[in-house]
Design a protein around this ligand. Structure first.
Ligand SMILES: Cc1ncc(COP(=O)(O)O)c(C=O)c1O
Length: 492
Protein backbone atom coordinates (compact mmCIF):
# COMPACT_ATOMS: atom_id res chain seq x y z
CA UNK A 1 0.00 0.00 0.00
CA UNK A 2 1.30 3.48 -0.77
CA UNK A 3 1.87 5.92 2.07
CA UNK A 4 0.05 9.25 1.94
CA UNK A 5 3.21 11.19 0.98
CA UNK A 6 4.03 8.89 -1.93
CA UNK A 7 0.44 9.06 -3.03
CA UNK A 8 0.52 12.86 -3.05
CA UNK A 9 3.88 12.94 -4.87
CA UNK A 10 2.53 10.55 -7.44
CA UNK A 11 -0.54 12.71 -7.96
CA UNK A 12 1.59 15.83 -8.34
CA UNK A 13 4.04 14.17 -10.72
CA UNK A 14 1.21 12.82 -12.76
CA UNK A 15 -0.42 16.22 -12.73
CA UNK A 16 2.69 17.81 -14.23
CA UNK A 17 2.76 15.18 -16.96
CA UNK A 18 -0.94 15.42 -17.65
CA UNK A 19 -1.12 19.21 -17.64
CA UNK A 20 1.35 19.32 -20.48
CA UNK A 21 -1.22 17.38 -22.47
CA UNK A 22 -4.30 19.27 -21.30
CA UNK A 23 -5.77 21.46 -24.00
CA UNK A 24 -6.78 25.05 -23.49
CA UNK A 25 -10.41 24.32 -22.80
CA UNK A 26 -9.75 22.97 -19.31
CA UNK A 27 -8.24 24.78 -16.35
CA UNK A 28 -7.16 27.89 -18.18
CA UNK A 29 -10.74 28.92 -18.98
CA UNK A 30 -11.75 28.79 -15.33
CA UNK A 31 -11.77 32.01 -13.36
CA UNK A 32 -9.10 31.75 -10.67
CA UNK A 33 -10.46 34.44 -8.37
CA UNK A 34 -13.80 35.03 -6.79
CA UNK A 35 -15.59 38.25 -7.68
CA UNK A 36 -15.33 40.87 -4.92
CA UNK A 37 -19.12 41.14 -4.77
CA UNK A 38 -22.17 39.63 -6.45
CA UNK A 39 -22.82 40.82 -9.98
CA UNK A 40 -26.50 40.93 -10.92
CA UNK A 41 -27.51 41.72 -14.50
CA UNK A 42 -30.96 40.10 -14.72
CA UNK A 43 -33.61 38.65 -12.48
CA UNK A 44 -32.73 35.11 -11.37
CA UNK A 45 -33.74 32.99 -13.22
CA UNK A 46 -32.86 35.21 -16.18
CA UNK A 47 -34.11 34.84 -19.77
CA UNK A 48 -31.52 32.23 -20.80
CA UNK A 49 -32.28 30.08 -17.72
CA UNK A 50 -36.01 30.33 -18.44
CA UNK A 51 -35.51 29.31 -22.05
CA UNK A 52 -33.34 26.31 -21.07
CA UNK A 53 -35.94 25.25 -18.48
CA UNK A 54 -38.65 25.40 -21.13
CA UNK A 55 -36.59 23.26 -23.53
CA UNK A 56 -35.66 20.77 -20.82
CA UNK A 57 -39.23 20.43 -19.62
CA UNK A 58 -40.18 19.16 -23.08
CA UNK A 59 -38.14 16.02 -22.41
CA UNK A 60 -37.53 15.86 -18.66
CA UNK A 61 -38.39 17.36 -15.27
CA UNK A 62 -37.22 20.99 -15.07
CA UNK A 63 -39.72 22.50 -12.63
CA UNK A 64 -37.51 22.40 -9.49
CA UNK A 65 -34.56 24.03 -11.30
CA UNK A 66 -34.02 27.51 -9.85
CA UNK A 67 -31.52 28.64 -12.50
CA UNK A 68 -28.94 27.12 -14.85
CA UNK A 69 -25.39 27.60 -13.62
CA UNK A 70 -22.26 28.08 -15.68
CA UNK A 71 -19.76 25.52 -14.37
CA UNK A 72 -16.79 27.10 -16.16
CA UNK A 73 -17.36 30.52 -14.67
CA UNK A 74 -18.22 29.53 -11.10
CA UNK A 75 -15.44 29.78 -8.55
CA UNK A 76 -15.06 29.60 -4.80
CA UNK A 77 -18.18 30.87 -3.05
CA UNK A 78 -19.63 32.36 -6.25
CA UNK A 79 -21.87 30.55 -8.66
CA UNK A 80 -22.18 32.03 -12.14
CA UNK A 81 -25.43 31.55 -14.05
CA UNK A 82 -26.06 31.35 -17.77
CA UNK A 83 -27.35 34.94 -17.81
CA UNK A 84 -24.02 36.37 -16.66
CA UNK A 85 -24.98 36.82 -13.00
CA UNK A 86 -22.44 35.96 -10.30
CA UNK A 87 -24.15 35.02 -7.08
CA UNK A 88 -22.70 34.56 -3.62
CA UNK A 89 -23.79 31.02 -2.86
CA UNK A 90 -24.78 30.17 0.71
CA UNK A 91 -26.81 27.13 -0.35
CA UNK A 92 -24.22 25.33 -2.50
CA UNK A 93 -26.15 22.71 -4.48
CA UNK A 94 -28.45 21.88 -1.55
CA UNK A 95 -25.69 21.75 1.06
CA UNK A 96 -23.47 19.48 -0.99
CA UNK A 97 -20.40 21.55 -1.95
CA UNK A 98 -17.73 21.42 0.75
CA UNK A 99 -15.03 23.41 -1.05
CA UNK A 100 -17.12 25.71 -3.21
CA UNK A 101 -16.81 25.72 -6.98
CA UNK A 102 -13.78 24.50 -8.92
CA UNK A 103 -11.46 24.27 -5.94
CA UNK A 104 -7.84 24.26 -7.22
CA UNK A 105 -6.98 21.07 -5.29
CA UNK A 106 -9.81 19.23 -6.99
CA UNK A 107 -9.02 20.67 -10.40
CA UNK A 108 -5.43 19.55 -9.99
CA UNK A 109 -6.32 16.07 -8.75
CA UNK A 110 -8.94 15.59 -11.45
CA UNK A 111 -6.18 15.69 -14.05
CA UNK A 112 -4.16 12.88 -12.56
CA UNK A 113 -3.85 9.55 -14.31
CA UNK A 114 -5.47 7.99 -11.24
CA UNK A 115 -8.77 9.66 -12.07
CA UNK A 116 -8.72 9.25 -15.82
CA UNK A 117 -9.57 5.54 -16.24
CA UNK A 118 -12.47 5.90 -13.82
CA UNK A 119 -13.80 8.78 -15.88
CA UNK A 120 -13.64 6.60 -18.95
CA UNK A 121 -15.31 3.55 -17.39
CA UNK A 122 -17.06 3.05 -14.08
CA UNK A 123 -15.93 -0.23 -12.53
CA UNK A 124 -18.15 -2.79 -10.77
CA UNK A 125 -16.32 -2.40 -7.46
CA UNK A 126 -18.24 -5.18 -5.72
CA UNK A 127 -16.89 -7.57 -8.31
CA UNK A 128 -13.44 -6.24 -9.25
CA UNK A 129 -11.87 -3.21 -7.58
CA UNK A 130 -8.70 -1.35 -8.64
CA UNK A 131 -5.88 -1.65 -6.05
CA UNK A 132 -6.02 2.02 -5.00
CA UNK A 133 -9.58 1.42 -3.79
CA UNK A 134 -8.02 -0.28 -0.75
CA UNK A 135 -5.83 2.73 -0.02
CA UNK A 136 -8.65 5.21 -0.61
CA UNK A 137 -10.95 3.48 1.83
CA UNK A 138 -8.42 2.55 4.50
CA UNK A 139 -6.41 5.76 4.69
CA UNK A 140 -8.74 8.43 3.37
CA UNK A 141 -12.41 7.62 3.94
CA UNK A 142 -11.70 5.79 7.22
CA UNK A 143 -9.59 8.74 8.44
CA UNK A 144 -12.86 10.57 9.11
CA UNK A 145 -14.77 7.58 10.48
CA UNK A 146 -16.82 8.54 13.55
CA UNK A 147 -15.51 7.20 16.83
CA UNK A 148 -16.26 3.50 17.33
CA UNK A 149 -17.28 2.84 13.71
CA UNK A 150 -14.48 0.74 12.28
CA UNK A 151 -16.05 -0.21 8.94
CA UNK A 152 -17.47 1.58 5.94
CA UNK A 153 -19.77 0.59 3.09
CA UNK A 154 -19.77 2.84 0.06
CA UNK A 155 -23.01 3.12 -1.92
CA UNK A 156 -23.86 4.43 -5.33
CA UNK A 157 -24.02 8.17 -4.88
CA UNK A 158 -27.11 9.64 -3.31
CA UNK A 159 -27.99 9.97 0.35
CA UNK A 160 -31.04 7.75 -0.01
CA UNK A 161 -28.83 4.88 -1.23
CA UNK A 162 -26.76 5.21 1.96
CA UNK A 163 -29.89 5.18 4.14
CA UNK A 164 -31.49 2.26 2.28
CA UNK A 165 -28.42 0.09 2.75
CA UNK A 166 -27.97 1.07 6.40
CA UNK A 167 -31.60 0.03 7.00
CA UNK A 168 -30.92 -3.31 5.33
CA UNK A 169 -27.82 -3.84 7.48
CA UNK A 170 -29.95 -3.18 10.58
CA UNK A 171 -32.59 -5.75 9.57
CA UNK A 172 -29.98 -8.39 8.78
CA UNK A 173 -28.24 -7.76 12.13
CA UNK A 174 -31.50 -7.93 14.08
CA UNK A 175 -32.75 -11.11 12.39
CA UNK A 176 -29.36 -12.77 12.88
CA UNK A 177 -29.58 -11.96 16.59
CA UNK A 178 -33.20 -13.11 16.83
CA UNK A 179 -32.69 -16.50 15.26
CA UNK A 180 -29.48 -17.00 17.22
CA UNK A 181 -27.95 -18.54 14.14
CA UNK A 182 -26.05 -17.05 11.23
CA UNK A 183 -27.73 -18.95 8.45
CA UNK A 184 -31.38 -18.43 7.53
CA UNK A 185 -33.51 -21.59 7.77
CA UNK A 186 -35.00 -23.36 4.69
CA UNK A 187 -38.43 -22.01 5.75
CA UNK A 188 -37.09 -18.46 5.81
CA UNK A 189 -35.44 -18.89 2.43
CA UNK A 190 -38.64 -20.25 0.95
CA UNK A 191 -41.06 -17.73 2.56
CA UNK A 192 -39.01 -14.66 1.61
CA UNK A 193 -39.56 -15.56 -2.04
CA UNK A 194 -43.28 -14.93 -1.37
CA UNK A 195 -42.54 -11.72 0.64
CA UNK A 196 -43.94 -13.46 3.69
CA UNK A 197 -42.92 -14.13 7.29
CA UNK A 198 -40.68 -15.46 8.62
CA UNK A 199 -38.22 -14.93 5.75
CA UNK A 200 -39.54 -11.40 5.11
CA UNK A 201 -39.91 -10.04 8.66
CA UNK A 202 -42.85 -7.79 7.76
CA UNK A 203 -43.75 -7.11 11.37
CA UNK A 204 -40.28 -5.76 12.09
CA UNK A 205 -40.13 -1.96 11.92
CA UNK A 206 -37.95 1.12 11.70
CA UNK A 207 -38.75 4.08 13.93
CA UNK A 208 -38.33 7.65 12.69
CA UNK A 209 -39.45 11.11 13.74
CA UNK A 210 -41.96 13.73 12.66
CA UNK A 211 -40.34 16.25 10.24
CA UNK A 212 -37.49 13.82 9.46
CA UNK A 213 -36.07 13.51 5.96
CA UNK A 214 -34.08 10.41 5.02
CA UNK A 215 -34.55 10.22 1.25
CA UNK A 216 -37.10 9.27 -1.35
CA UNK A 217 -36.44 5.65 -2.26
CA UNK A 218 -38.84 2.97 -1.09
CA UNK A 219 -37.45 2.12 2.36
CA UNK A 220 -36.07 5.55 3.14
CA UNK A 221 -39.34 7.20 2.06
CA UNK A 222 -41.21 5.27 4.73
CA UNK A 223 -38.96 6.92 7.33
CA UNK A 224 -39.27 10.39 5.74
CA UNK A 225 -41.92 12.56 7.39
CA UNK A 226 -41.22 16.07 6.17
CA UNK A 227 -43.63 16.83 3.30
CA UNK A 228 -46.68 14.86 2.11
CA UNK A 229 -45.90 15.57 -1.55
CA UNK A 230 -42.76 13.40 -1.21
CA UNK A 231 -44.80 10.43 0.01
CA UNK A 232 -48.25 10.60 -1.49
CA UNK A 233 -49.25 7.81 -3.92
CA UNK A 234 -46.28 5.62 -2.95
CA UNK A 235 -46.91 2.43 -0.96
CA UNK A 236 -45.29 2.57 2.47
CA UNK A 237 -44.14 0.19 5.17
CA UNK A 238 -47.37 0.97 6.92
CA UNK A 239 -46.58 -0.19 10.43
CA UNK A 240 -43.31 1.75 10.76
CA UNK A 241 -43.94 4.08 13.71
CA UNK A 242 -43.45 7.83 13.65
CA UNK A 243 -42.61 9.58 16.91
CA UNK A 244 -42.77 13.24 17.89
CA UNK A 245 -39.53 15.22 17.78
CA UNK A 246 -39.26 17.45 20.87
CA UNK A 247 -40.62 20.96 20.45
CA UNK A 248 -38.42 22.26 23.26
CA UNK A 249 -36.00 20.98 25.85
CA UNK A 250 -38.91 20.69 28.30
CA UNK A 251 -40.64 18.37 25.84
CA UNK A 252 -37.73 15.92 25.63
CA UNK A 253 -38.71 13.73 28.57
CA UNK A 254 -42.19 13.19 27.13
CA UNK A 255 -40.68 12.29 23.74
CA UNK A 256 -38.17 9.87 25.27
CA UNK A 257 -41.00 8.18 27.16
CA UNK A 258 -42.86 7.68 23.89
CA UNK A 259 -39.71 6.29 22.28
CA UNK A 260 -39.34 3.80 25.11
CA UNK A 261 -42.98 2.71 24.83
CA UNK A 262 -42.55 2.18 21.09
CA UNK A 263 -39.28 0.25 21.36
CA UNK A 264 -40.77 -1.91 24.09
CA UNK A 265 -44.01 -2.64 22.27
CA UNK A 266 -42.72 -3.39 18.76
CA UNK A 267 -40.24 -5.55 16.97
CA UNK A 268 -37.84 -2.72 16.12
CA UNK A 269 -34.75 -3.20 13.94
CA UNK A 270 -33.60 0.42 13.83
CA UNK A 271 -34.22 3.95 14.95
CA UNK A 272 -33.06 6.56 12.46
CA UNK A 273 -32.52 10.22 13.25
CA UNK A 274 -30.72 13.29 11.92
CA UNK A 275 -28.59 15.23 14.46
CA UNK A 276 -30.39 18.34 13.16
CA UNK A 277 -33.66 17.70 11.33
CA UNK A 278 -32.65 19.63 8.25
CA UNK A 279 -35.18 19.45 5.42
CA UNK A 280 -37.92 19.43 8.05
CA UNK A 281 -37.04 22.95 9.23
CA UNK A 282 -33.67 22.88 11.03
CA UNK A 283 -35.01 21.42 14.26
CA UNK A 284 -32.64 20.90 17.16
CA UNK A 285 -32.71 18.88 20.37
CA UNK A 286 -30.27 18.82 23.26
CA UNK A 287 -27.29 16.43 23.39
CA UNK A 288 -29.00 14.83 26.40
CA UNK A 289 -31.99 13.91 24.20
CA UNK A 290 -29.76 12.08 21.73
CA UNK A 291 -27.92 10.37 24.58
CA UNK A 292 -31.32 9.31 25.89
CA UNK A 293 -32.14 7.78 22.49
CA UNK A 294 -28.82 5.99 22.48
CA UNK A 295 -29.43 4.53 25.94
CA UNK A 296 -32.90 3.31 24.93
CA UNK A 297 -31.75 1.79 21.64
CA UNK A 298 -29.05 -0.07 23.55
CA UNK A 299 -31.51 -1.28 26.16
CA UNK A 300 -33.93 -2.66 23.56
CA UNK A 301 -31.27 -3.93 21.15
CA UNK A 302 -32.27 -1.55 18.37
CA UNK A 303 -29.74 -0.27 15.82
CA UNK A 304 -29.28 3.48 16.05
CA UNK A 305 -28.67 5.06 12.65
CA UNK A 306 -27.53 8.64 12.66
CA UNK A 307 -28.28 10.21 9.28
CA UNK A 308 -25.52 12.74 8.61
CA UNK A 309 -26.20 13.11 4.89
CA UNK A 310 -26.84 16.82 5.36
CA UNK A 311 -25.11 17.62 8.66
CA UNK A 312 -21.85 15.72 8.01
CA UNK A 313 -18.46 16.97 6.79
CA UNK A 314 -17.75 20.03 8.83
CA UNK A 315 -20.52 22.57 8.35
CA UNK A 316 -21.72 22.40 11.96
CA UNK A 317 -18.24 23.15 13.30
CA UNK A 318 -17.50 19.49 13.99
CA UNK A 319 -16.73 16.99 11.26
CA UNK A 320 -19.84 15.03 12.29
CA UNK A 321 -22.71 16.84 13.99
CA UNK A 322 -23.32 13.92 16.35
CA UNK A 323 -19.96 14.73 17.97
CA UNK A 324 -21.94 17.39 19.85
CA UNK A 325 -23.84 14.62 21.64
CA UNK A 326 -20.98 14.34 24.12
CA UNK A 327 -21.36 18.01 25.04
CA UNK A 328 -21.63 18.26 28.78
CA UNK A 329 -19.73 15.00 29.23
CA UNK A 330 -16.47 16.55 28.09
CA UNK A 331 -15.80 18.07 31.48
CA UNK A 332 -16.15 14.75 33.23
CA UNK A 333 -12.43 13.84 32.91
CA UNK A 334 -11.24 10.22 33.08
CA UNK A 335 -13.56 7.77 31.42
CA UNK A 336 -14.73 10.40 28.93
CA UNK A 337 -13.67 8.39 25.90
CA UNK A 338 -15.61 5.38 27.21
CA UNK A 339 -18.63 7.62 27.63
CA UNK A 340 -18.19 8.98 24.07
CA UNK A 341 -17.92 5.43 22.71
CA UNK A 342 -21.12 4.51 24.55
CA UNK A 343 -23.10 7.29 22.95
CA UNK A 344 -21.74 6.66 19.45
CA UNK A 345 -24.49 5.56 17.05
CA UNK A 346 -24.23 2.12 15.42
CA UNK A 347 -24.19 3.54 11.91
CA UNK A 348 -23.63 6.97 10.37
CA UNK A 349 -24.79 7.70 6.83
CA UNK A 350 -23.11 10.26 4.57
CA UNK A 351 -23.43 11.72 1.07
CA UNK A 352 -23.74 15.38 -0.06
CA UNK A 353 -20.52 17.16 1.06
CA UNK A 354 -18.53 13.91 0.90
CA UNK A 355 -19.47 13.85 -2.82
CA UNK A 356 -19.57 10.08 -2.32
CA UNK A 357 -22.17 8.16 -0.35
CA UNK A 358 -22.18 5.33 2.13
CA UNK A 359 -22.29 4.59 5.81
CA UNK A 360 -19.85 3.90 8.62
CA UNK A 361 -20.81 1.04 10.89
CA UNK A 362 -19.75 -1.12 13.80
CA UNK A 363 -18.21 -4.36 12.52
CA UNK A 364 -21.09 -6.44 13.96
CA UNK A 365 -23.35 -4.89 11.32
CA UNK A 366 -21.41 -6.54 8.50
CA UNK A 367 -23.85 -9.13 7.10
CA UNK A 368 -22.73 -12.69 7.82
CA UNK A 369 -22.97 -13.61 4.12
CA UNK A 370 -21.58 -11.81 1.07
CA UNK A 371 -23.79 -10.20 -1.61
CA UNK A 372 -26.41 -9.00 0.88
CA UNK A 373 -25.39 -5.33 0.73
CA UNK A 374 -24.27 -5.14 -2.85
CA UNK A 375 -24.85 -3.51 -6.23
CA UNK A 376 -23.13 -3.57 -9.59
CA UNK A 377 -21.13 -0.42 -8.92
CA UNK A 378 -21.01 -0.67 -5.11
CA UNK A 379 -19.61 2.86 -4.94
CA UNK A 380 -17.64 4.97 -7.36
CA UNK A 381 -13.83 5.22 -7.29
CA UNK A 382 -13.91 8.67 -8.85
CA UNK A 383 -16.19 10.05 -6.15
CA UNK A 384 -14.10 8.36 -3.48
CA UNK A 385 -10.95 10.00 -4.89
CA UNK A 386 -12.82 13.29 -4.86
CA UNK A 387 -13.80 12.66 -1.21
CA UNK A 388 -10.12 11.97 -0.43
CA UNK A 389 -9.06 15.37 -1.76
CA UNK A 390 -11.91 17.00 0.16
CA UNK A 391 -10.87 15.25 3.39
CA UNK A 392 -7.20 16.25 2.90
CA UNK A 393 -8.10 19.87 2.11
CA UNK A 394 -10.40 20.17 5.12
CA UNK A 395 -7.57 18.93 7.35
CA UNK A 396 -4.77 20.96 5.71
CA UNK A 397 -6.73 24.22 5.69
CA UNK A 398 -8.29 23.59 9.12
CA UNK A 399 -11.68 24.26 7.62
CA UNK A 400 -13.74 22.85 10.48
CA UNK A 401 -12.13 25.33 12.90
CA UNK A 402 -12.71 28.06 10.38
CA UNK A 403 -16.39 27.15 10.12
CA UNK A 404 -16.69 27.54 13.90
CA UNK A 405 -15.19 31.05 13.75
CA UNK A 406 -17.20 32.19 10.74
CA UNK A 407 -20.34 30.55 12.12
CA UNK A 408 -20.01 32.41 15.44
CA UNK A 409 -19.48 35.65 13.56
CA UNK A 410 -22.50 35.11 11.34
CA UNK A 411 -24.74 33.95 14.14
CA UNK A 412 -23.84 36.92 16.35
CA UNK A 413 -24.38 39.32 13.47
CA UNK A 414 -27.79 37.79 12.71
CA UNK A 415 -28.79 38.22 16.34
CA UNK A 416 -27.33 41.73 16.24
CA UNK A 417 -29.70 42.69 13.42
CA UNK A 418 -32.47 42.36 15.98
CA UNK A 419 -34.96 42.37 13.15
CA UNK A 420 -38.61 42.06 14.18
CA UNK A 421 -39.42 39.63 11.32
CA UNK A 422 -36.47 37.29 11.95
CA UNK A 423 -37.38 34.66 14.52
CA UNK A 424 -35.63 31.70 16.17
CA UNK A 425 -32.09 32.13 14.88
CA UNK A 426 -30.43 28.76 15.50
CA UNK A 427 -27.71 26.39 14.39
CA UNK A 428 -24.15 25.22 14.80
CA UNK A 429 -21.13 26.47 12.84
CA UNK A 430 -22.35 27.94 9.57
CA UNK A 431 -25.24 25.43 9.53
CA UNK A 432 -27.59 28.24 10.55
CA UNK A 433 -31.29 28.95 10.13
CA UNK A 434 -34.00 31.37 11.11
CA UNK A 435 -37.74 31.67 10.58
CA UNK A 436 -39.80 34.33 8.84
CA UNK A 437 -43.43 34.97 9.80
CA UNK A 438 -45.09 32.89 7.05
CA UNK A 439 -44.31 30.49 4.17
CA UNK A 440 -45.28 33.19 1.64
CA UNK A 441 -42.92 35.72 3.18
CA UNK A 442 -40.12 33.16 3.35
CA UNK A 443 -40.57 32.21 -0.32
CA UNK A 444 -40.62 35.87 -1.37
CA UNK A 445 -37.48 36.44 0.68
CA UNK A 446 -35.57 33.57 -0.99
CA UNK A 447 -36.47 34.96 -4.41
CA UNK A 448 -35.61 38.50 -3.43
CA UNK A 449 -32.21 37.44 -2.06
CA UNK A 450 -31.38 35.71 -5.35
CA UNK A 451 -32.36 38.79 -7.32
CA UNK A 452 -30.02 40.76 -5.10
CA UNK A 453 -27.17 38.32 -5.78
CA UNK A 454 -27.17 35.90 -2.80
CA UNK A 455 -28.43 32.32 -2.81
CA UNK A 456 -29.88 30.92 0.42
CA UNK A 457 -32.27 28.00 0.85
CA UNK A 458 -35.52 27.14 2.55
CA UNK A 459 -36.45 24.25 4.82
CA UNK A 460 -39.62 23.29 6.67
CA UNK A 461 -42.49 25.66 5.97
CA UNK A 462 -41.10 29.08 6.83
CA UNK A 463 -37.41 28.54 7.61
CA UNK A 464 -34.45 30.07 5.81
CA UNK A 465 -31.42 27.80 5.94
CA UNK A 466 -27.81 28.78 5.32
CA UNK A 467 -25.60 26.06 3.90
CA UNK A 468 -22.45 27.77 2.63
CA UNK A 469 -19.29 25.91 1.68
CA UNK A 470 -16.63 25.39 4.34
CA UNK A 471 -14.54 28.10 2.65
CA UNK A 472 -17.16 30.76 3.40
CA UNK A 473 -15.43 33.62 5.21
CA UNK A 474 -16.42 36.62 7.33
CA UNK A 475 -16.34 38.98 4.34
CA UNK A 476 -18.83 36.70 2.59
CA UNK A 477 -20.91 36.77 5.77
CA UNK A 478 -20.88 40.59 5.62
CA UNK A 479 -22.22 40.58 2.06
CA UNK A 480 -24.89 38.05 3.01
CA UNK A 481 -25.95 40.19 5.99
CA UNK A 482 -26.05 43.46 4.03
CA UNK A 483 -28.15 41.79 1.34
CA UNK A 484 -30.41 40.21 3.92
CA UNK A 485 -30.91 43.57 5.62
CA UNK A 486 -31.91 45.26 2.38
CA UNK A 487 -34.19 42.35 1.39
CA UNK A 488 -35.88 42.50 4.80
CA UNK A 489 -36.30 46.27 4.49
CA UNK A 490 -38.15 45.74 1.21
CA UNK A 491 -40.42 43.13 2.87
CA UNK A 492 -41.77 45.52 5.49
C1 LIG B 1 -30.65 13.90 6.20
C2 LIG B 1 -30.83 13.46 4.79
N1 LIG B 1 -30.87 12.14 4.51
C3 LIG B 1 -31.02 11.68 3.27
C4 LIG B 1 -31.15 12.56 2.21
C5 LIG B 1 -31.32 12.03 0.82
O1 LIG B 1 -30.22 12.36 0.06
P1 LIG B 1 -30.34 12.34 -1.54
O2 LIG B 1 -31.27 13.43 -1.91
O3 LIG B 1 -28.94 12.55 -1.99
O4 LIG B 1 -30.86 10.98 -1.89
C6 LIG B 1 -31.12 13.93 2.45
C7 LIG B 1 -31.28 14.89 1.35
O5 LIG B 1 -31.50 16.07 1.52
C8 LIG B 1 -30.96 14.41 3.78
O6 LIG B 1 -30.93 15.71 4.06
Amino acid sequence: MQCAGAFRTRILTTYRIVTRRVDSCSVSTLPREEPARPLVQTLVPGPRSLELARELQEVSEARPIQFFHDPQQSFGNYVADVDGNKLLDAFCFIASLPLGYNHPNLIEAAQSSLWLPHLVQRPALGYSAPPEWVHTLRTKIMSVAPQGLASVQMTCGCGASAVENALKAAFIWKRTLERDCVDPSPTELESCMRNQEPGSPNSMVVVSFEHAFHGRLFGSLSTTRSKPIHKVDIPAFRNWPVLPFPESEQDETRCLELVEKTLKGNRVAALIIEPILSEGGDLHASPAFFRGLRALTRRYQVAMICDEVQTGVGATGRFWAHEYWSEGLEKSGPGTSTAAAEIAPDMVTFAKKMQASGFFFKPEFLPPQAYRIFSTWSGDPLRALQASVIIDTIAADRLVERVRIVGDYLSQALHGLNHPLIERIRGRGTFLAFDLPSPARRNRFLQDMRNRGVVVGGSGTKTVRLRPALIFDTHHADILLETLASAMASQQ
